[in-house]
Structure formats: C-alpha cells, structure tokens
Design a protein around this ligand. Structure first.
Ligand code: FE2
Length: 289
C-alpha cells in the first residue's frame, strides 16, 4: 500500500519508497492518480530510470505524451525526440551553454510562474521531472496550489471570473523577457484558448488556470484582462500557497498542471551543470474554450 507524507500545508507530498519504472499494476497507478488529486505534486526519491523508462511510465500513468513543446520552433532538441524536454544548461557536447546561447535565453522564461503546455489544446496535464545532475546550491522548483488559491477567492471574484477564457501563447511569455522570434517561428506558436477556471474531471475541484503564457482574456479589453491576470497571479503565488522543492539526486517529481503553477529558481548556471528530463502528458480531451 502506498502512503503519502505531506510536504506543505496545501501542496506536495512525498510518496513511500517505490520504483516507478517497475509499476505496471493498475491498482497502484490508480492510487498515484488519487494522490495527485489530493496533493497536486508528488515527490519520489531514488528513481534510477532511462528516458525510455520515463516515457513508458508516463504513458501508463496518463498518456498520450506532449510531443510539440514550444521550443520545437527552435529546432530538434539534443535527444532528437521532442517528447523528452531537456531541462538543462548543458549542450549536446556536454558543455555548459554560453550566457547568450539562444536556447538558454529561451529557457530563462521557466523562471516565470507557468503551467506546462497551456499554449496548446489539449493542454499539458501531468508533468514529470527526473533529476540527473543537481547543483549543491539553489535551483529549487516552486509549486503554487491553484486549487487552494481558487478556494480562497472571495465570492464576488469567483462569480466575476466564472466563464472567462484566456489565450495562452509561449511566444508571449518569452517576449515578456525580451526574447524575439522570427516570423516563421511565430507562425508555429499560435497558442490556444482555455477557461480561466479549470475543473478536475475526477473530483470536480476548481482551480485557477494561470501561466506566464496567459496573454489576454478573450471577454475583456487586453489591458483590463492583463491586470486581472496579474492580480490573480499575485494572489495565487502568496507564500502560504507555495511549496519549494529542494532537489536531491535521482528525485522524480510529478505535478498536475491543471491544479498547480510552477517556476524554476536561479542558480549559478554559467558555471554549474544542472540536468533534468521532463516528460508531460496531455489532457484526455481538449478543454471547452
Ligand atoms: Fe515548466
């Protein structure tokens, strides 16, 4: 029987010892999905697995896989497989990327609060991050509980945001930091529209669905919508809603992108290698925008 030890008042739990690459039993997989519904983020220690084993686990857990990340607009990644997101500062020759490397600059936007793959439909559902090389200092990943943040809204705000829809674009989150795209790249990055409030189909729990990719609210003038998105993001990322994960070698973390938002934090990335692999599953159906 699996057990969960809470890591934070609202979000995050560490799962009792288990090797995920060996989990094929549907009963255990269902327990893990239930754990995701309750905790939003699950932490597994000492997971030694290959990229292929990570992808296979994700397909058992909640496939299909997300294979068209925004970064694909910059060309194939170093694994020649866009189902594996290269969350690292190391290039295909094992060298730390230069500070002006285009992929590094693009990846810096992961330090803005976001959900994975909200810029497409179906959107990203569960993300998994497998730690390979972890710096001694810094580089935590922070998770905000968007269900607790929704529940804490006052009644009037809940009524006001019900029925609103948001256009998400990965080009927008990169442009916020001054990253520029060619016309050809922008043509690949049209984005997608999703409800501002998402509902977990298993539990009916409502969550705010926010991200730095959130470009505009469809039903509002752009400036008014962006102000509302900022206000909601400030509310949702208050310290009481945030768990900060301090990585250990071979940690494996799963989070629900419909119920959480996350961001990377700074470390000395010009000198210190950091390598993780991310595989993300997609929602089973497109959201009803
Ligand atoms: Fe992310």
């Amino acid at each position: 029987m699996i057990s969960f030890k809470k890591l934070h008042n609202y979000v995050g739990a560490e799962v009792s010892p288990i090797q995920l690459k060996n989990v094929f039993d549907q009963v255990i997989l269902d327990q893990l999905v239930s754990g995701m519904d309750t905790h939003g983020v699950l932490v597994f220690r000492n997971q030694i697995m290959s990229d292929e084993e990570q992808m296979a686990f994700c397909e058992r857990f909640g496939g299909p896989l997300h294979t068209k990340p925004g970064v694909a607009a910059l060309g194939k990644n170093k694994f020649n497989n866009n189902a594996i997101a290269d969350i690292s500062n190391v290039d295909e020759n094992g060298q730390i990327r230069a500070v002006d490397d285009r992929r590094r600059m693009y990846s810096l936007a992961n330090r803005l609060w976001h959900t994975d793959a909200s810029f497409q439909s179906p959107a990203g559902r569960y993300s998994t991050l497998c730690a390979k090389v972890i710096p001694k200092v810094g580089a935590n990943t922070e998770f905000a509980d968007m269900a607790a943040a929704y529940d804490a809204l006052d009644h009037n705000t809940k009524n006001m945001i019900a029925g609103l829809h948001v256009h998400h674009s990965i080009a927008y989150s990169r442009q916020l930091l001054g990253f520029s795209f060619s016309e050809e790249e922008l043509n690949e990055l049209k984005g997608a529209v999703h409800p501002l409030v998402r509902v977990n189909p298993r539990t009916q729990q409502k969550s705010l669905y926010l991200a730095s990719h959130a470009n505009k609210i469809i039903e509002m003038p752009i400036p008014e919508g962006r102000l509302l998105l900022r206000d909601l993001t400030e509310h949702a990322t208050q310290p009481q809603f945030v768990y900060s994960h301090q990585w250990q070698d071979h940690d494996f973390v799963i989070w629900d992108n419909l119920a959480t938002m996350h961001r990377a934090t700074a470390f000395d990335d010009a000198k210190t290698p950091r390598e993780l692999r991310r595989v993300t599953t997609l929602e089973s159906t497109p959201s009803h925008a």
